[in-house]
Design a binder for this molecule. Structure first.
Ligand code: NI
Length: 291
């Protein structure tokens, strides 16, 4: 972490939330931690139902621009970025002042060929520090058979690696980006989760996932948390939602909370925000819109 370790340790002394110091150390060493529980099985099922109701309302899966920052469009997604158990765990790693910077769904239907190539999240996000933790919340079982996330332990310590864009059709990433160096998949760990459980991973951890070979739909919601001192360094002014503590830096504009699912003000705000963030995510290419 770029922020002095002593600051995190002092915070830990004051407020030991979810992770033990040994678990925080393991996260720093390995770049990930799982499983933790965010929701009961019943609560996870209820959120899955609300997601699937919204999918029906918009005429199908949350594709294209609807995949990015759905917490700006749907009340249930806005609740999911604020789950106390998730934020407690993130606070143990990143400290007490936290923004939810982004969120997106990683959904693979039964026998869906969608996959995620090996990559580091930090590659195109334009953020000033590698102090970004993703909480990946499972709203279904996520296991090897239906394309669970896989990670390479310790790979976050390698700094930023070169990536190449593929724009491969079934790749769930914006540019189909993949690390341009050899990945030793013998070392990969499968992040298997039950509904309501979540994993944490570091922004530079090399990770990916395979297609869904099963009859079960796989649903994950990835939420990206940053401390308030992080800045957007590329493109227009960015926005984020303060989910814990105070923001004395004001590097990000505050976000609007949807009053109802797809309310017109929320839809207009989401469109403006995702149009701007696409300029960052697709910079240097001729692409402007997600699949
Ligand atoms: Ni990723």
């Amino acid at each position: 972490m770029t922020q002095p370790a002593t600051e995190t340790n002092q915070i830990k002394d004051r407020n030991n939330n979810v992770l033990s110091l040994a678990q925080v150390d393991a996260f720093q060493r390995n770049g990930y931690h799982f499983p933790l529980r965010a929701l009961s099985t019943e609560q996870a099922l209820a959120y899955r139902k609300r997601l699937e109701t919204s999918e029906s309302a918009v005429g199908g899966a949350l594709r294209g621009s609807l995949r990015a920052k759905p917490h700006l469009l749907f009340t249930w997604a806005n609740e999911l970025i604020r789950l106390p158990k998730v934020i407690d765990a993130v606070e143990d790693i990143l400290g007490p002042n936290l923004l939810a910077w982004s969120s997106s769904f990683f959904i693979k239907d039964a026998h869906d060929p969608s996959f995620v190539s090996w990559h580091q999240d930090s590659t195109y996000w334009g953020l000033s520090h590698p102090d970004v933790v993703t909480a990946w919340i499972a709203l279904s079982v996520s296991e090897v058979e239906n394309g669970a996330m896989r990670v390479i332990p310790g790979s976050h310590l390698k700094d930023q690696l070169p990536h190449q864009d593929t724009f491969a059709e079934n790749n769930l990433l914006t540019r189909g980006q993949e690390v341009a160096v050899e990945v030793n998949t013998d070392d990969a760990v499968d992040i298997e989760l039950q509904p309501g459980e979540f994993s944490l991973h570091h922004v530079r951890l090399v990770h990916g996932s395979d297609p869904n070979d099963s009859d079960q739909r796989r649903i994950g919601y990835a939420i990206r948390y940053i401390p308030t001192y992080v800045k957007q360094t590329v493109g227009p002014r960015d926005c984020a939602t303060l989910v814990r503590g105070v923001d004395t830096y004001h590097h990000f504009d505050p976000e609007i909370v949807p009053k109802a699912d797809m309310d017109p003000e929320a839809v207009a705000f989401h469109k403006r925000v995702t149009d701007e963030s696409n300029q960052v995510l697709y910079r240097g290419t001729d692409k402007r819109n997600p699949k």
